[in-house]
Structure formats: structure tokens, C-alpha cells
Design a protein around this ligand. Structure first.
Ligand SMILES: [Zn+2]
Length: 477
């Protein structure tokens, strides 16, 4: 896709849609707050991760080289409470939920981040960050033995969440990870170890006392470590998360990071809206707590979940219910059937290619929509219009299916909303794999006759192949 067009995104810092301006293009460093692995991630968490997946894929399709970091919160108030309740050690309790998160991610076709730092593996960096903040005089040790960040010492505190500075009561302190915007307080960077922490194995020695990190500190320490390691910088290009993280989590991340480095922490802050789960029978097992595995166990195609979410702008709330989900499943089916039709019609070579012209216009529209603050609903609507118009053209035997297919596939690579392929016989899959390898070998040695013979051999068994930049793909006709 053309690199001339500019990706713009709403920046929570300025409350405006602004062009993305990475520090060192084409590289984009992207930090996405990850799951707290105290339990299975809720489908609402996955709405955030799916919007981030779309962002990542669109940036890559636009020519950016994205380095994505997603942390795993495997020590905080909630994980410790849950481990204590389960009478397990912290890591024993969190490991299966980390594994489950990766399975759910794969089910929902979310591209893996480049690194998944887990908080418990970054204690030296967290301890160093607290020491630095103490040295710089923006943190202090309270008489309770914990270390706090002094928000009064950080003049821009509250900028991201547009906090009314008059709310700040100097010296008021909060030890828990989560608290309301109405109570801006000095927050815990390092919490003195208590009996529960020791019982689950969540306590580490530090020069300022044995304890464990506050949740907010973890993201600052891990993001700074990872962007330093990969790119030698102290400023993220994009920091993303759900809107519920703006205060206090992201506000505190800014204070800790900038308090330590003196550099802007992130150039662009991007936040996704909530998901409302209503009227779905699938959430019964967990009350209103619907997980990705509930959907998978019910045989819901991940493509339908993706399409349902992308049909609403990421800054608008989505209602998740059975009707919306089955409508999305219908949409997915239509897209799949359309692609199969295009694939069949590519054999029709005609002089006139009206579909090619239409596809070029649609491509420009979809690109403009995604560049405009990731307007996926507009992009999806343009693609469904295209399906309708192109089907009508194809009924008239219009040419240009190949160009249409190429355009369509480029956006399917970004949205990834085509139906999950039917499972095939493993023996057939093995045979197809061998024949594709033999064909690749024949092509390499310029024996095109042999390569064509293999293609025909595959076609005789109902296997259609397609050469793409990622290699040869195949499907059953
Ligand atoms: Zn975070």
C-alpha cells in the first residue's frame, strides 16, 4: 500500500487526531499493557488486544517496522490475592493463565508481540528505577516501609487524565494498585513485603527494603528496558491500552518514567473503549465474565468476533450479544464466499477489466478510512459495498477479478476476517505439502513444465494453489 498517505490517530494527550510521527521512521515502538494473569482474560480485555492487533497490522501494511512489547502482569495485588486464595505459590498460580492467554491470543488470530516481558523477570530493572526516583527526589520512603512517588514533585502530573490540580492533597497516600480519579495521591512504587507476599513467594530484597513492585512501576520499568535494548531510546512512539487505564495507571507510568529519564515517555497515547456484554447465553458459566475460551468452546469462528469488533470504531463502546455475533458470522461467510468466487473468476481473462478500476477506488477509500484514526467500520463498510458491486459485475462476466482479489487480500491480511478453513485430512495435507515443495524445487531450477504438471496434479485432486510473497498457499476448491 502507498506510503505517501499518513496514518493519523487520536492522541489522548492532546485530545486530537494527530499524524503519527515516530522518532525514527520506519520504526515504530509500540507498548501495549498486557493481561494480569490472575485469571482468564475477559473478552473485554481481548477487545483492547484486537484493536491493538488492527493498529499493529495497519502500521505494518503502511510500511512501518513495528516493535511491539506486551507485558504480562504476573505480580500485583490481584495475582497475590488469587494465589493466596488458591493456596499456591505465585508462579504456580499465574503460569497456567499465561499459557491460556497465549492460546486465546492464537484463537483470536492476534499477531504475537515481539516480546512478552513478565514482571517477575524484571526485578533488577524495577529496583533500579525506584532507586533512581529516590535519588532524583521525586520518591520517598513512607513510615510504613513502602516507597511512594511524590506527585507534588512532578509538575505535569495529571496531564494525560486532565486531572484538576486542586484535587491533589499533598502528602495523601495510596498503597493499592487501583484507585479512583477523585483520589489522586502519592502512589506506591515499592510495597513493603507483608505476610501474604511472603507466603506466595512475592517478595524481593532491595536496598530500600524487602518488598514487591507496584503495578504501575512494572510497565515503566519493562517498557524502558525493552525500548532501550531494542532501539536505544527512552521514548515510546505509541503507548496503547484500554480507557480504564488512563487513570491512574498511565498517568503514573508517565510520572515514573519521565521522573527518571527526563524524556517524554510516549509520543502518542491511544486508548480503546469498553465492551459491554449483554444478552449472551455464553457468559452464563462465569456470570457476566465472558472469556475467549467460552467462545472457542461454543465453536464461534474467531473471524466473527474480529468482524464484530471492527465494525465499531475503537473509541466507541461495543455491545456484545448473540444477535450481533450471528450477524457478524453471516458477514464473514459472505466475505469468504466472495473470495472464493473471485478466485474462480481469475481464470477469465478479458480485455476490459472494470473490476480493476473499481478495486483501485475501493482501495483508496479503505486506506483513507484506516489512516483516519483507524476507522475500521468505514473500511469494513467500503469492503462490503465492494462485495455487492463486484458480485453484480461478475454476474455480467466483467473482467479484472485478479486485481480485485489482490486488493481484497491486502485488506484481509489487515483485518483477518475470512472464515476459518475447514479442517482437512492430515494425509492429504502432507501430500500437498510435498507436492508444493517439489514444485518450488522445479521452479527454482527453471523447469516450468514440471512445475505446471504438479499444479495440474494438485488441481486434479481439487487443490488450488496460489503463490504469494509469503510463499505458496493452498486450499480445497
Ligand atoms: Zn501498563
Amino acid at each position: 500500500m502507498s506510503a505517501s498517505a499518513q496514518v493519523s490517530l487520536f492522541n489522548t494527550l492532546s485530545r486530537r487526531v494527530e499524524p503519527l510521527q515516530p522518532l525514527a521512521p520506519p520504526r515504530v515502538t509500540l507498548y501495549t499493557c498486557g493481561p494480569t494473569v490472575w485469571n482468564y482474560a475477559h473478552i473485554g480485555n481481548f477487545r483492547t488486544f484486537l484493536f491493538e492487533d488492527l493498529l499493529r497490522r495497519w502500521l505494518e501494511a503502511s510500511g512501518y517496522d513495528v516493535f511491539q512489547i506486551m507485558n504480562l502482569t504476573d505480580v500485583d495485588d490481584r495475582t497475590i490475592r488469587a494465589a493466596r486464595h488458591a493456596e499456591k505459590k505465585l508462579t504456580e498460580h499465574t503460569a497456567p493463565f499465561t499459557q491460556a492467554f497465549f492460546e486465546d491470543r492464537d484463537y483470536l488470530r492476534i499477531k504475537p508481540a515481539h516480546v512478552y516481558p513478565a514482571a517477575t523477570q524484571y526485578m533488577p530493572q524495577m529496583i533500579a528505577l525506584v532507586s533512581r526516583l529516590l535519588e532524583r527526589g521525586v520518591a520517598y520512603k513512607g513510615e510504613d516501609g513502602s516507597v511512594y512517588f511524590a506527585i507534588a514533585k512532578f509538575p505535569t502530573y495529571g496531564r494525560l487524565s486532565q486531572l484538576d490540580k486542586r484535587e491533589i492533597k499533598v502528602g495523601a497516600r495510596v498503597a493499592s494498585d487501583e484507585y479512583a480519579k477523585g483520589d489522586p495521591s502519592d502512589f506506591a512504587l515499592w510495597k513493603k513485603a507483608d505476610a501474604d507476599d511472603e507466603a506466595v513467594g512475592a517478595a524481593w530484597d532491595a536496598p530500600f527494603g524487602r518488598g514487591r513492585p507496584g503495578w504501575h512501576l512494572e510497565c515503566s520499568a519493562m517498557s524502558l528496558e525493552e525500548i532501550g535494548r531494542c532501539c536505544g531510546v527512552q521514548t515510546l512512539d505509541i503507548h496503547a491500552g484500554g480507557i480504564d487505564l488512563i487513570f491512574p495507571h498511565h498517568e503514573n507510568e508517565i510520572a515514573q518514567s519521565e521522573g527518571a529519564t527526563g524524556q517524554p515517555f510516549a509520543r502518542h497515547w491511544v486508548h480503546g473503549e469498553f465492551l459491554n456484554v449483554r444478552g449472551t447465553k455464553m457468559s452464563k458459566r462465569h456470570g457476566n465474565f465472558l472469556t475467549a475460551r467460552d467462545l472457542r468452546e461454543q465453536g464461534v469462528d474467531a473471524a466473527a468476533v474480529r468482524l464484530l469488533f471492527f465494525q465499531t470504531h475503537y473509541r466507541q463502546p461495543v455491545d456484545f450479544n448473540d444477535e450481533a455475533l450471528s450477524a457478524a458470522a453471516e458477514g464473514v461467510k459472505r466475505l469468504g464466499e466472495f473470495r472464493e468466487r473471485l478466485l474462480r473468476e481469475t481464470r477469465n481473462q478479458t480485455r476490459d477489466e472494470p473490476l480493476k478500476k473499481i478495486a483501485a477506488l475501493v482501495e483508496a477509500d479503505v486506506q483513507a478510512a484506516l489512516n483516519d484514526d483507524l476507522n475500521a467500520p468505514r473500511a469494513v463498510a467500503a469492503l462490503f459495498d465492494f462485495v455487492r458491486v463486484a458480485n453484480r459485475e461478475l454476474d455480467q462476466h466483467a473482467g479484472g477479478a485478479r486485481a480485485a482479489l489482490e486488493m481484497f487480500d491486502r485488506f484481509m491480511e489487515v483485518l483477518d476476517v475470512l472464515p476459518t478453513a475447514r479442517s482437512t485430512d492430515p494425509a492429504l495435507a502432507r501430500w500437498v505439502g510435498e507436492r508444493i515443495a517439489a514444485r518450488a524445487q522445479a521452479r527454482k531450477s527453471k523447469d516450468f513444465k514440471a512445475a505446471d504438471a504438479i499444479r495440474a496434479e494438485l488441481a486434479a485432486k481439487g487443490v488450488e494453489i496460489e503463490d504469494t510473497p509469503q510463499g505458496t498457499k493452498w486450499r480445497l476448491a
